[in-house]
Ligand binder design. Structure first.
Ligand code: TZP
Ligand code: MG
Length: 220
């Protein structure tokens, strides 16, 4: 298995395949559309399936991510991520502590961690993470307990760290600008991608708009 390493991670469009958003589509169809659209990272998020099912889903995705040279990140479950030799894991505040995950997973593994306030961010910045997931940027119906911290928090965080920052929560093609302008290295999106009538075209529009906004943005 060729693993994608921690170096030179490109995070612009961090597409999350949330099992709850599959509807009647196959997971590989969605993944292929996102990858063809130019997604730079694919995350598997499955809050309900047992580990064995999640491993099977991850393996299906892995065939595609390997073909596209894009990292596959598993949400919440380091055991699943290690079992299938995914490229990394994304951990929230209620998952395995970040430093414990690093000890278990080793130096080569990609580990991202969620933060939504300064206390979490300070703690996260004292561990060896590859990126921070920062959010929620805006109100979202996808995660019930999401706390909105907004692009303003990301902007402040940007001033104190060079660690890549991935904005998440309520992001749409229409509200991208303040997020990129605040200094996000990438945007993680579920509903605005998976709810689109044409997922491939929507993903492509994100990639293009992010590049355009970056080229225009003079950080204030
Ligand atoms: N973490 C913070 S907000 C959120 C997660 C997983 C939900 C993101 O989904 P959407 O549909 O892009 O708002
Ligand atoms: Mg989690």
């Amino acid at each position: 298995m060729t693993r994608i390493g921690r170096d030179n991670l490109r995070l612009d469009l961090y597409a999350i395949i949330d099992k709850a958003w599959l509807r009647d589509r196959k997971i590989e169809e969605l993944a292929e559309a996102l990858l063809e659209g130019g997604a730079n990272v694919l995350q598997l998020r499955d809050k309900t399936s047992p580990a064995g099912v999640m491993c099977a889903e991850a393996r299906v995705l892995q065939k595609l991510t390997q073909r596209y040279g894009v990292p596959l990140i598993i949400n919440d479950r380091l055991d699943v991520a290690l079992a299938v030799e995914a490229d990394g894991v994304h951990l929230g505040q209620d998952d395995l502590p970040f430093d414990a995950a690093r000890r278990i997973a080793g130096r080569e593994f990609i580990i991202g961690g969620s933060v939504s306030n300064w206390e979490e961010a300070r703690r996260a910045l004292s561990t060896e993470l590859d990126y921070l997931g920062v959010g929620a940027m805006f109100a979202t119906g996808t995660k019930e307990d999401a706390v909105v911290c907004g692009p303003g928090f990301l902007r402040e965080l940007r001033k104190v760290t060079n660690l890549p920052l991935v904005a998440i929560g309520g992001i749409t093609l229409e509200n991208l600008e303040p997020v990129i302008e605040a200094g996000a290295d990438g945007v993680a999106v579920i509903s605005d991608l998976l709810g689109a009538s044409d997922v491939r075209t929507r993903a492509r529009a994100y990639v293009e708009k992010i590049q355009k906004l970056r080229s225009q943005t003079v950080r204030k």
